[in-house]
Ligand binder design. Sequence first.
Ligand code: GDD
Ligand code: MG
Length: 347
Amino acid sequence: MKAVVLVGGEGTRLRPLTYATPKPLLPIANRPFLERQLTWMAASGIDEVVLSLGYLPDAFRAHFPDDRFGDLRLRYAVEDEPLGTAGAIRFAAETAGIDERFVVCNGDVLTALDLSALVRFHDERDARATIHLVRVTDPSAFGVVPTYPDGEVKAFVEKPPPGQAPTDWINAGTYVLEPSVLERIPAGINVSIERETFPRMLEGRGALYALEHDVYWLDIGTPDKYRAAHLDVLAGAVGRPPVADATETEPGIWIQPGAVIDASTRLVPPVLIGADSAVGPGAYVARTSVGAGCVVGYGARVDGSVLLDGAEIGRASDVVDCIVGPDATIPEAGTVRDEILVADRPE
Ligand code: GDD
Ligand code: MG
């Protein structure tokens, strides 16, 4: 089965991290997010994935130089201008010659959904399109999708005003589509599947269905959610170990090869220390993911944070709820709270 992954967005809410790296290639617990998504797809019977691109397409090509990821074949559909979610799906499907039912995923969703169960549900109802739904406490930031008892969609309301959502079940960003849906999408212009295609499919009955399946699910697209995704992955939300070569030395403490942690360092789970990183002496690292080749200096405190590869935390610094970008440095005795810090770019 083929799949389209929508990865054309600019990741504006994760700037400045996403100026250099597109959101799907940012790591979650030391593994690029997209690799996690592709692994999940391959395990559910997907054998070919079309990456629907617009922003920084060369970064994807460079990341997968053989156009493969394990057994998955990768193809690229690069838009000159953003075509919107539906326009992008149509363009990607045409580029890859998709002519049988296929899967579509938003490129920023981390989930433990049983994709095969979604496909079965779709087939059993003979649907044209099927949407995975999860339940959230504030549906107003999402597509809100009330359904009939058999799963047929009643309405699709993208981002309703706060307090006006008809249900707290929301579009989780994974779809099964029949190729006939592509004919409903005008070619070559910007079309939103959430605001145009899905609502129009409700003009007749029996075409659009949705599966309520309340599994682990997170849209990683904001700094808070990006940090939260790390803690969830370290806690085993999408399987164990959180990254292939990590060893659990104490409950919730994961260490990758070559990391050197001084015995006087205090680690409070969940914590991941990446390959060849050096931590301590006298450091305190809590609820934090540390990338490869990082340094956490003498007596530094790092809490609730994500350090990307090569980050350096100066002696006696105090870093809370931060994302420290690749090779960025926090100076000695620096205090930072709730920030994204990146390295100065070379002139
Ligand atoms: N190729 C391409 N072209 N991709 C695009 C385009 C485009 O023009 N526009 C958006 N995307 C990609 C983004 O990169 C992202 O992976 C996905 O489409 C969804 O876009 P977001 O910008 O992240 O949308 P959202 O999070 O506000 O809302 C969407 O996701 C929610 C679940 O997380 C909607 O699908 C909501 O209905 C849904 O609830
Ligand atoms: Mg999103």
